[in-house]
Design a protein around this ligand. Structure first.
Ligand SMILES: Cc1ncc(COP(=O)(O)O)c(C=O)c1O
Length: 403
């Protein structure tokens, strides 16, 4: 066990950083123990919140903390934990998933660089790539999931990174992570994945060749719908520049939010087991429902990427989408009729959340753009929670019967 000591406000802070990246511990153990802090004589079981903006001057050797935008012990618990779970050398936390994504892409690609992005992306990520990157001198090529096998033809001499989600939002398509990473490496580019939907419990992209993993920590990692945060995991080298840019751009996470994030991460393994169980049951139920046209869930044998998902994922998660019989009006009617499940955006919380992507996560796009991405007006996205399946089913059934 590696032990680091430093002086904080007159108290000796001892960080018992068990080297979880190398330790052969199970994921549940890492969720609970990775990144713990002990504070000298006072040794709380729960990690303390270092709610401070600044610190006493560092030691003469320059060690210690300076200012919370640069680093903070409570932030570091979540950073060490995501690194341990993803099997990475290092982790970083951010004030939001979008801060994690924007900082990572700006730092990795840089002015004059070229980015390849699969177009099935969270709406704000898509908008950032399409509308904002050019003002930073970065070119983007969007490619379709069906073009994954032909990705080689899209690289240029200045391509610095390939960015993708798998499973994608909201159509749950699954990409061959190893193949995308290999293609990127052939061109000396970095493979960056948004692993928010799967979490490191269901999918560990670094083991499949990805260089950098980004997350919205506002979803499953926190898991209680009460924190906005982002995380990044990768090699120390790759994360060094991203960290420098985070300090400059200011997307750091408040220590109080960092505390809630690491607390939520402690139960990630048990929550994901229930999300996986409920997700599959709900997908099967909806697939056989007469008011539903189509269900998008990689755990269903009918899903076009089912075999690929089975080979890469350890569970299929709680995210799914389905096309309701009818149009947008029927989709909204269904949402209005829900009595237990919540009609709300976001995902990954304990409670089931249901939304219409055309009005929430992808409302930033024109209808034409949305339809081009395959996101129909009657598409409903569901983040299946950890309630009893029978209660979820009952509410879905009664709401569907009203349309
Ligand atoms: C897949 C995915 N990535 C990134 C984000 C952005 O995260 P945040 O809302 O924490 O900025 C979201 C938000 O919904 C998301 O669904």
């Amino acid at each position: 066990m590696e032990e680091e000591t430093s002086q904080v406000g007159g108290y000796t802070l001892i960080q018992n950083r068990s080297d979880c990246m190398k330790a052969k511990q199970g994921l549940s153990t890492k969720c609970v123990h990775a990144g713990k802090i002990e504070c000298g004589r006072v040794a709380p079981v729960a990690s303390p919140i270092f709610q401070t903006s600044s610190y006493y001057y560092p030691t003469e050797e320059g060690e210690g903390y300076i200012y919370t935008r640069h680093g903070n012990p409570t932030q570091e618990i979540a950073e060490d934990r995501i690194a341990a779970l993803e099997g990475a050398q290092a982790g970083l936390v951010f004030s939001s998933g979008m801060a994690a994504i924007t900082t990572t892409v700006l730092s990795t690609v840089g002015e004059g660089g070229h980015l390849i992005a699969f177009e099935d992306l969270y709406g704000n990520t898509y908008t950032f790539f399409r509308s904002e990157l050019k003002r930073f001198g970065i070119d983007v090529t969007f490619i379709k999931t069906k073009d994954a096998s032909r990705i080689g033809r899209f690289f240029r001499s200045n391509t610095k990174a390939v960015f993708f989600e798998s499973p994608t939002n909201p159509l749950m398509r699954v990409l061959d992570i190893s193949r995308v990473s290999q293609a990127a490496h052939k061109w000396s580019a970095k493979a960056i994945i948004d692993n928010t939907f799967a979490t490191p419990i269901n999918q560990r992209p670094l083991e499949l060749g990805v260089d950098i993993v980004v997350h919205s920590g506002s979803k499953y990692l926190n898991g209680h719908s009460d924190v906005i945060s982002g995380l990044v995991a990768g090699s120390k080298k790759d994360l060094h520049e991203i960290e420098e840019l985070r300090t400059t751009m200011g997307g750091c996470l408040d220590p109080n939010a960092a505390y809630l994030l690491q607390r939520g991460m402690m139960t990630l393994c048990v929550r994901m087991a229930k999300h996986n169980e409920n997700g599959l049951k709900v997908a099967e139920f909806l697939e056989n429902h007469k008011k539903v046209n189509k269900v998008h869930y990689p755990g269903l044998p009918s899903h076009p990427d089912h075999e690929l998902a089975k080979s890469m994922m350890h569970g299929f998660g709680g995210m799914l989408s389905f096309e309701i019989k009818g149009r947008r009006r029927e989709a909204n009617r269904f949402l209005n009729e829900l009595k237990l499940l919540l009609a709300a955006t976001s995902l990954g919380g304990a409670e089931t959340l249901i939304s219409v992507p055309a009005e929430t996560s992808h409302s930033y796009l024109s209808r034409r753009e949305r339809l081009g991405l395959g996101i129909k007006d009657n598409l409903v996205r569901m983040s299946v929670g950890i309630e009893d399946f029978e209660d979820i089913k009952k509410d879905l059934n009664q709401a569907l019967s009203k349309i």
